[in-house]
Design a protein around this ligand. Structure first.
Ligand code: WT7
Length: 694
């Protein structure tokens, strides 16, 4: 239950100034609307839906669902009968109906300071229509899946919205993932086309993306899944030299976004391999494409996109989101959680390859006609003041980042922050993992000069948008708490036997009913969807997170309670890393646990048992690190690898991760280890543990 009155003590209140212009200016207003959203969802969401364009109206109730596995198949249907197009709502509606054609949609800021460009809503619409026509000319139809593997460039937004325009389903794979991961995702989603770029720089480091894409396509062919088409954007090079048989067309047939970039790059460009049987050049295709493209009118529950997230079995799950519910939810959470105003300049530092970028760089902001910063680079390049330099450059008003970035910058003290003017800032947000109160205080005090409310937004790839979150002018905040549910969301805390706990309590965080943005299925595997989220406690959506509710009703996420790790705000499963390790010929068995890390939140501590006769060495350690990077990606690189001639196991042979966690964290108090088959292995592991830094 949400309290009638917000607490007045030990909380942070929003300034009166900010309340004046706010959509939800008080806790009472939040409470009133929240109650309405639960008691009368048809009326609540119906009013919101009026702001958007529907080719045909929905019939019947707003949300129809079954959340109880014992009563049949799990389903959620939002606005059945309605037809619309999400790209039309993001672009055409803003350009034609709301007359925002000349408004800037994105300030694109490249890796190099000074390398930038702006894109208006009208320009974005034109690019999207052209690229939609390109996709159609390549035979992409409604319902087809398209993989996108691109850096943070405007063309990534163009590619995703072009898919949405023609009813194709995009599956974006974060450009930090390995070729192996890309291949796995292409095959799982049965994609017919891949969109990529030549490469990009992350700070000083060149990422030769096309090389990785080619490697992935080769792996796909080897596994009997040949992809016919790969479209490559030239981001780094104007005239890339070809190492392959035939070079991509050197001249650009169409004046495009690249021409607007002020800084011409001086860095070396990658050699781009070119396979004329498969590869096509983005620019020459765009040159030949028409500026108009009638949107495909989609049903509410037609798929919009697939986005892969780690699963506890090790195989990533293709989280499926659908058109209408996701549109309404991304748009509404963006508007209210960042208290969006027409003259805002909003900046979310996430990568579009993660759900945060999908919902809060592309869909939510564009649905509101917002102006956003789209940043390609790193917070520490060329120096640790880059974020605040960008805030000042574009006069950013709403800023959204991850606790790991805050902790990283905190290490360098307040000088690099204070060198830049941050007067424009009004609201600060965080996402991805629990934020420790110390980092919260620094963000609030140093970055926001105690002037800006902090919205600590709890959500998941699966939830589509924020589910527990403060509203900046309405919710008094407590550092480290994601506070209260968003409209339409009904949380509960369950104990191990599935009983709902009332009042102050701690247990499993679950949700009792759907909201428009909740995922609809695991792509191609509805049973896995039901088993993962609905089986443990019938009648509830299970988040996999632990949670505490305090005496004032505030929710505090305590972290994952399954075999998942959260490294720098990204979920990884222990099983996924373990299976990458055991694929190495020298490894017999592996067990991975996490230990706390100052900046990343958690770090990966791996125990490996080697095959008979293999000696542990630094060279082997390096090989194992490389192996994990190649199988999954750099985010999964092990921090520590310990040689473990024996692992602590139960008599039935199950690895006791709880014990390994204690060893990794250097905690001598083991708790009850009576089920351990051979306790001498524990002493041995303790003696040889890696020296960790937290
Ligand atoms: C998991 C979801 C949602 C976009 C980024 C991550 C953790 C997320 C918070 C927060 C505490 C958080 C949870 C969740 N998480 N936000 N504000 N406070 N924990 O998306 O990769 O699907 O990960 O991230 O553990 O289950 P994701």
């Amino acid at each position: 239950m949400i309290p009638d009155k917000a607490p007045q003590e030990d909380v942070f209140h929003c300034s009166e100034d900010l309340k004046k212009e706010s959509h939800i200016p008080s806790f009472e207003k939040y409470k009133e609307l929240y109650t309405r959203s639960i008691e009368n969802p048809d009326e609540f969401w119906g009013a919101i839906a009026k702001d958007f364009f529907w080719k045909t109206k929905h019939t019947g109730c707003f949300l129809d669902y079954n959340f109880d596995v014992t009563k049949g198949e799990i389903f959620v249907k939002c606005m059945e009968g309605a037809t619309t197009n999400i790209c039309y709502n993001l672009l055409d509606r803003n350009v034609h109906e709301r007359k925002l054609g000349d408004k800037i949609a994105f300030f694109w800021e490249g890796n190099e300071p000074g390398d930038d460009l702006t894109v208006t809503y009208r320009e974005l619409l034109q690019k999207v229509c052209r690229f939609a026509n390109v996709l159609k000319s390549q035979g992409v139809k409604k319902g087809d899946r398209v993989s996108i593997y691109m850096p943070m460039v405007v063309e990534l937004v163009v590619a995703m919205l072009a898919c949405a325009r023609i009813g194709a389903v995009h599956s974006i794979v974060f450009a930090g993932f390995s070729a192996e991961s890309l291949c796995e995702r292409i095959i799982d989603s049965q994609c017919s086309l891949l969109i990529t770029a030549d490469g990009f720089y992350r700070g000083d480091k060149l990422i030769n993306l096309k090389l990785l894409a080619d490697e992935a396509l080769q792996k796909c062919r080897d596994k009997g899944f040949p992809l016919k088409t790969c479209i490559m954007l030239k981001h780094l090079s104007k005239e890339p030299e070809a190492a392959g048989r035939q070079s991509p067309p050197a001249k650009r047939a169409c004046p495009d976004l690249e021409e607007k970039r002020k800084v011409k790059k001086t860095r070396p460009v990658p050699k781009v391999p070119w396979n004329p049987d498969v590869d096509l050049c983005w620019h020459s295709l765009m040159g030949g494409a028409a500026d108009e493209c009638e949107p495909e009118w989609c049903e509410s529950e037609d798929p919009l996109f697939i986005l892969y997230t780690s699963g506890s079995t090790g195989k990533p799950k293709g989280v499926l989101h659908t058109v209408s519910g996701y549109l309404l939810y991304a748009a509404t959470t963006f508007k209210l959680v960042f208290d969006h105003q027409p003259d805002d300049v909003y900046w979310c530092t996430a990568d579009i390859g993660w759900i945060t970028g999908h919902s809060y760089i592309t869909y939510g902001p564009l649905a509101n006609g917002a102006t956003s910063v789209l940043f390609e680079g790193l917070p520490t390049y060329p120096d640790v003041g880059r974020m605040w330099q960008i805030v000042d450059k574009y006069q950013v008003t709403k800023f959204y980042t991850a606790p790991t970035a805050i902790r990283l910058l905190m290490k360098y003290g307040s000088d690099p922050v204070q060198k830049h003017n941050r007067k424009s800032l009004k609201v600060l947000g965080t996402v991805g993992e629990p934020i420790n109160p110390e980092a919260w205080q620094w963000y609030h005090g140093v970055v926001g000069e105690k002037r800006c409310p902090i919205v600590d937004t709890f959500w998941q790839t699966e939830t589509g948008g924020h589910v527990l979150t403060p509203l900046p002018a309405a919710t008094p905040t407590k550092p480290g708490s994601a506070t209260f549910p968003f409209f339409g969301v009904v949380p509960a805390i369950l104990n191990e036997s599935g009983e709902e706990l009332e009042g102050p309590s701690e247990g499993y965080l679950v949700f009792k009913q759907p909201w428009p943005g909740v995922m609809r299925s695991v792509y191609g595997n509805h049973e896995r969807f039901e088993a993962t989220y609905f089986k443990k406690f019938p009648g509830y959506y299970v988040t996999g997170d632990g949670c505490r509710r305090d005496k004032d009703g505030y929710y505090w996420i305590t972290g994952r309670i399954d075999d998942m790790l959260n490294v720098s705000g990204h979920l990884l499963s222990t099983a996924e890393v373990e299976s990458a390790l055991v694929e190495h010929k020298s490894v017999a068995e592996a067990a991975v646990v996490s230990c706390p890390h100052m900046v990343k939140g958690e770090s990966l501590y791996c125990f490996v048992t080697l095959n008979d006769g293999v000696a542990f060495s630094q060279a082997l350690e390096a090989e194992l690190r490389k192996q994990v990077r190649e199988k999954i990606g750099a985010i999964a690189t092990p921090d520590y690898i310990q040689n473990a001639p024996g692992l602590p196991k139960t008599r039935s042979g199950k690895i006791m991760r709880r014990v390994l966690r204690k060893i990794a964290c250097d905690e001598k108090d083991m708790g009850d280890i009576s089920t351990l088959a051979d306790s001498s292995v524990v002493d041995e592991l303790f003696r040889n543990r890696c020296a960790t830094t937290v």
